[in-house]
Write a protein that binds this ligand. Structure first.
Ligand code: PLP
Length: 350
């Protein structure tokens, strides 16, 4: 999640109080290895340590069989997401996004002057995947078509074959921006191979979700060098925090981290989706660490009533006003969520 810089910025709850399942964070935080790596590197904090960035990019590239020139690290994926939309959209090249979807690309389109075309998710009561056909048909000259897989806020996946069709079908010069922030939680295949194949795609990865480093800040943009090398000129050539680079490298080098956390979060997600379904609620079929829950009344009332009991659930999307986004927290947090949710839904005031 990114912090809105505009007047409609919400007031943030005290992070030291209550249950926070509102921002798709990972309650586990950085891994033990990442914490140790940060502590070890701290004395070098007076240096830029440029070589660490190269090493980190090379580590990821090697793991994925990519050319290191096609991987650039940033302090989180928000920056390269923003710069990609700035670089490839304009007043004559719209941004095409899914709705409900992650809003950050729209904020960049405000700056580039691009029209934003929102395409409703297909089959909202079912798979709630991206409507790839409609996204392809949305504009004759799209600058960027943004696909978030799994999607934020629904946690739903779009079949890989459909993303293949999208990439094959876009007009020349259109970038398909594939946001894989939540891919580690999911069984859906990654699209990284498209970079090796020289496609017009740009892919985003982050350490903020499964790796539990939202507050540490590290992410990657992956794409053909000629595509991603347009980005630094839009945001300066910043050097990266050495703590974040050390933590990211240690996280990548731990082979147990992704499978262990994916399994745990997946189990907690399933328990809660099943409980909500058993109580008669519709939930999106999430393969991620968040899902949408239809509360059958204005979502903002339920959000406020939960917040009054110090349980902070996620946001509302205007397209689905009776749904709220829930982040999968720890087992303990989710037990409190369920208890509080029942209280709120059984009371007549919410
Ligand atoms: N992309 C998606 C889909 C997200 O949900 C988020 C954060 O919630 C981000 C990108 C940005 O994350 P970060 O800048 O922490 O990498």
């Amino acid at each position: 999640e990114a912090r809105l810089a505009y007047a409609d910025r919400p007031k943030f709850a005290d992070p030291n109080k209550g249950i926070h399942i509102d921002a798709n964070e990972n309650p586990l935080g950085p891994s033990e290895g990442a914490r140790a790596a940060m502590a070890n590197i701290l004395p070098k904090g007076g240096r830029y340590e440029f070589s660490m960035q190269t090493e980190l990019e090379e580590t990821f590239a090697k793991m994925q069989g990519l050319d290191p020139e096609s991987v650039n690290a940033y302090a989180g994926s928000t920056e390269p997401l923003h710069y990609t939309v700035l670089a490839y959209t304009s007043a004559s090249k719209p941004l095409v996004i899914a709705d409900p979807g992650y809003e950050a690309p729209m904020w960049a389109a405000k700056a580039s002057g691009a029209e934003v075309i929102k395409v409703p998710l297909a089959d909202p009561q079912g798979a709630a995947s991206h409507d790839i056909k409609a996204m392809l048909a949305a504009s004759p000259t799209p600058g960027v078509i943004y696909v978030c897989n799994p999607n934020n806020p629904t946690g739903t996946v779009t079949p890989k074959e459909e993303i293949d069709q999208l990439v094959a079908g876009v007009p020349k010069g259109t970038i398909v921006l594939i946001d894989e922030a939540y891919i580690h939680f999911s069984d859906t295949p990654s699209c990284l191979h498209m970079v090796k194949e020289g496609k017009d795609v740009i892919i985003l990865r982050t350490f903020s979700k499964l790796y539990g480093m939202a507050g540490i800040r590290m992410g990657f943009v992956i794409g053909r060098p000629d595509l991603i090398n347009k980005l630094p000129s839009l945001g300066g050539q910043n050097s990266l925090p050495i703590t974040a680079m050390a933590a990211a490298k240690a996280s990548l080098e731990d082979p147990e981290l992704v499978p262990t956390r994916k399994k745990l979060i997946g189990e907690i997600r399933t328990e809660n989706l099943n409980w909500l379904k058993s109580k008669g609620y519709h939930v999106t079929p999430s393969d991620s660490n968040c899902f949408m829950l239809d509360v059958k009344r204005p979502g903002k009332e339920v959000l406020a009533a939960m917040a009054a009991k110090d349980v902070y659930i996620g946001r509302i999307w205007p397209a689905w006003p009776t749904s709220v986004r829930i982040t999968v927290g720890s087992r303990e947090e989710m037990a409190i969520f369920r208890k509080t949710f029942e209280e709120v839904m059984n009371s007549s005031t919410a």
